[in-house]
Design a binder for this molecule. Structure first.
Ligand SMILES: Nc1nc2c(c(=O)[nH]1)N[C@H]1C(S)=C(S)[C@@H](COP(=O)(O)O)O[C@H]1N2
Ligand SMILES: [Mo]
Length: 321
């Protein structure tokens, strides 16, 4: 871990909940880890808030390197965790870092349903064990014309798809974020409908770049970045990368998506990064990388053209924005 965060509390003071994660994946072999697992009653004595706080500091180790990683300079942990879009926890970029502390990420289940042979409600720790965790350093391009480079942790979403065996009717995947009216903004204040929903065509969802994500910078996801489980789709505008997922449904029809519902002429279903197709209210030809002074040119499919262009061959990308 490169950055010390205020949320860090000494590992010697807590015991992680054994069942929560694959033990092999964090703390294993460290003296601290051994002490933790030996003192279970200490964990049980913690208040839920303290447990949640310690959960945000959990390390993820034994990460495989990914051939999909960019060699571009990563943004700082501070930037990645304090310049966020997570409208459920505020519409200002710095709101989610504080307001998303209220998100309770344990226990957490994800219902996988619809056109699949094996529908099931999974604990997030079960999902994390479906495949080896990788670090993937991806460029991330927000539709608002800023970008960041993030060392995400996860594995291809296709690994989860394999487990549930979609039927031949599964043409699309619909995703849904948690909605908790007690801790999140209402739709009126946020200006978009909740629960936040997103979707992918089946071949997009199967693409190895489509990342099912559990962490960043060597740790589980901070709440503001979509804990405990989110999608990361680096060739698409950031709003497609839905956070804090509770439902995944395979279906025949194209699912509705939050930003398209809110402003259909501005945000389409595909939302592939495309410098040649401007947003009606601003240009998409360039972007500002957080931490840089000068704008840089935006590139087709955010630089992943070789990997994903074939998904859209024959499609008019101006119409299918
Ligand atoms: N549930 C939910 N998911 C969301 C959003 C949101 O407001 N709510 N914002 C999206 C947008 S616009 C972006 S740019 C990315 C930002 O992800 P990050 O904060 O981890 O950088 O999350 C996306 N996922
Ligand atoms: Mo975004």
């Amino acid at each position: 871990m490169l950055v010390k965060k205020p949320a860090d509390i000494p590992y010697s003071k807590v015991t992680p909940k054994n069942a929560y994660l694959n033990r092999r994946r964090f703390l294993q072999g460290t003296a601290a880890g051994a002490a933790l697992f030996a003192s279970r009653p200490l964990w049980d004595a913690l208040t839920p808030a303290a447990r949640a706080q310690s959960a945000t500091a959990r390390k993820l180790t034994g990460l495989a390197k990914s051939p999909f990683s960019t060699t571009e300079k990563m943004n700082s942990y501070q930037d990645i965790t304090h310049y966020n879009n997570y409208y459920e926890f505020g519409t200002g970029k710095e709101d989610p870092a504080t307001l998303a502390r209220k998100l309770k990420t344990t226990p957490w289940t994800v219902s996988v349903e619809g056109e699949v042979a094996k529908p099931k409600t999974f604990d997030v720790d079960t999902i994390m064990k479906m495949a080896p965790l990788e670090e993937r350093i991806y460029r991330h391009r927000c539709v608002e014309a800023w970008s960041i480079v993030v060392p995400w942790i996860g594995f291809s979403f296709s690994e989860l798809i394999k487990q549930v065996e979609p039927t031949s009717k599964a043409k699309f995947v619909a995703f849904q974020t948690l909605y908790d009216s007690k801790t999140m903004l209402n739709s009126f204040s946020a200006g978009i409908n909740f629960p936040y929903v997103e979707g992918l065509r089946m071949d997009e969802a199967m693409h190895p770049l489509a990342l099912l994500c559990f962490g960043l910078y060597g740790e589980v996801l901070p709440n503001q970045n979509g804990a405990p489980i989110r999608m990361v789709l680096p060739w698409k505008y950031g709003f497609k990368s839905i956070k804090s997922i509770v439902k995944i449904k395979f279906q025949e029809k194209m699912p509705p998506t939050t930003w398209n519902l809110s402003a259909p002429s501005e945000y389409g279903f595909y939302s592939n990064v495309n410098p040649a197709v401007d947003h009606p209210r601003w240009s998409q030809a360039s972007e500002r990388r957080l931490g840089e002074l000068f704008k840089r040119k935006t590139v087709m499919f955010n630089g992943y053209e070789k990997d994903v262009a074939s998904l859209y061959s024959g499609m008019d990308l101006r119409r299918n924005y």
